[in-house]
Design a protein around this ligand. Structure first.
Ligand code: DOR
Ligand code: ZN
Length: 345
């Protein structure tokens, strides 16, 4: 039995840092485990230009603890009026690593997202030509579509056409939650990949709704039924290079989650690697963990793998019910539970 695991330092290919005090409070958790992270641009106002992204990157870097090496990889929030020249320049200057498609009103701070996906096809065309990765929140937003069907419907209404229309565009189908998404990614060419969060590997929708509403298990896309969770686990541990780590760590203060209209998002950063490794361990696939966490992401983005390593050991760790954050408190993913792995460093 493997009790100590040493792997190349991983990266987090999708998360939210926010801004201000919350950002300063959460960045150290991610920088402790990961060398790089794809940072979502859904601030208020959203990060829509290269200059906004460059400034945001500086604020994040200022929050990285002394002596820690951490590189934030910035994304451009696509809108109906995205300036493709600014995006291309930002990518050429090394400010933007990717651009993010939020269908308008799909999730937190997405009101400025794209109202009609076909409107930004010219931007996709430019991204394809420049080799800029497209990160996709893949859910339709129509009121008539059931929330549990929104990801599958997005594939049929939009993603198939995007991928067919721009065959060389690199697309990351983010935080996938369904077997439909797994199948779509598997059927697509090598330029279509997906990130998978720890929560969607651990829980199905019962964890959100049985025994009372569990706001700390609520995120978007919502967890689906068990058959989908099992499909995600198979994909994650398969060793297929199309699937890689992206926590979607999305900090919301405790009071904003435990509310009559609770925010969507799970704060996965503090125990992220422990959480994922527990799944790989349960699946008898510890040998596949390094490629999921540390190798597939850089390969897809065309970036080098990290030079240093991290160590995890088998040990019981009690995850605190809540953590102090910005003079307030936040509930981490696995809060109040005991997990079977410890991040050594
Ligand atoms: O649960 C989520 N929270 N899903 C998202 O897509 C956005 C995120 C957030 O920003 O809070
Ligand atoms: Zn997200």
């Amino acid at each position: 039995m493997t009790d100590i695991l040493t792997i190349r330092r991983p990266d987090d290919w999708h998360l939210h840092f926010r801004d201000g005090d919350i950002m300063r409070g959460v960045v150290p958790y991610t920088a402790r485990q990961f060398a790089r992270a794809i940072v979502m641009p859904n601030l208020t106002p959203p990060v829509t230009t290269a200059s906004m992204a460059a400034e945001y990157r500086e604020r994040i870097l200022a929050a990285v603890p002394e002596g820690v090496n951490f590189t934030p990889l910035m994304t451009c929030y696509l809108t109906d009026t995205t300036d493709a020249d600014d995006l291309a320049r930002g990518a050429a200057d090394g400010v933007f690593t990717a651009a993010k498609l939020y269908p308008a009103n799909a999730t937190t701070n997405s009101a400025h997202g794209v109202s009609d996906v076909s409107k930004i096809y010219p931007v996709f065309e430019r991204m394809e030509a420049e080799g800029i990765v497209l990160c996709v929140h893949g859910e339709v937003t129509s009121a008539d579509i059931d929330v549990f069907d929104r990801e599958a419907e997005f594939i049929e209404r939009h993603l198939r056409d995007i991928v067919a229309s721009f065959p060389k565009l690199k697309v990351v189908f983010e935080h996938i939650t369904t077997s439909d998404a797994v199948d779509f990614v598997l059927e697509s060419g090598p330029n279509v990949a997906a990130t998978i969060t720890p929560q969607h590997l651990h829980i199905n929708r019962n964890a959100m709704l049985v025994g009372g509403i569990q706001p700390h298990n609520y995120c978007l896309p919502v967890a689906k039924r068990e058959s989908h969770r099992l499909a995600l686990r198979r994909a994650a541990v398969s060793g297929n290079a199309k699937f890689f780590l992206g926590t979607d760590s999305a900090p919301h203060l405790r009071g904003d989650k435990e509310s009559a209209c609770g925010c969507a998002g799970i704060f996965g950063a503090p125990y992220a690697l422990e959480s994922y490794l527990t799944v790989f361990d349960e699946e008898g696939a510890i040998d596949k963990f390094e490629c999921f966490a540390s190798l597939h992401g850089p390969a897809f983005y065309g970036l080098p793998v990290n030079d240093d390593t991290v160590v995890l050991e088998r040990a019981e760790v009690e995850v605190p019910q809540s953590l102090p954050l910005a003079g307030n408190e936040i509930v981490p993913w696995h809060g109040g539970q005991t997990i079977g792995w410890r991040f050594v460093g």
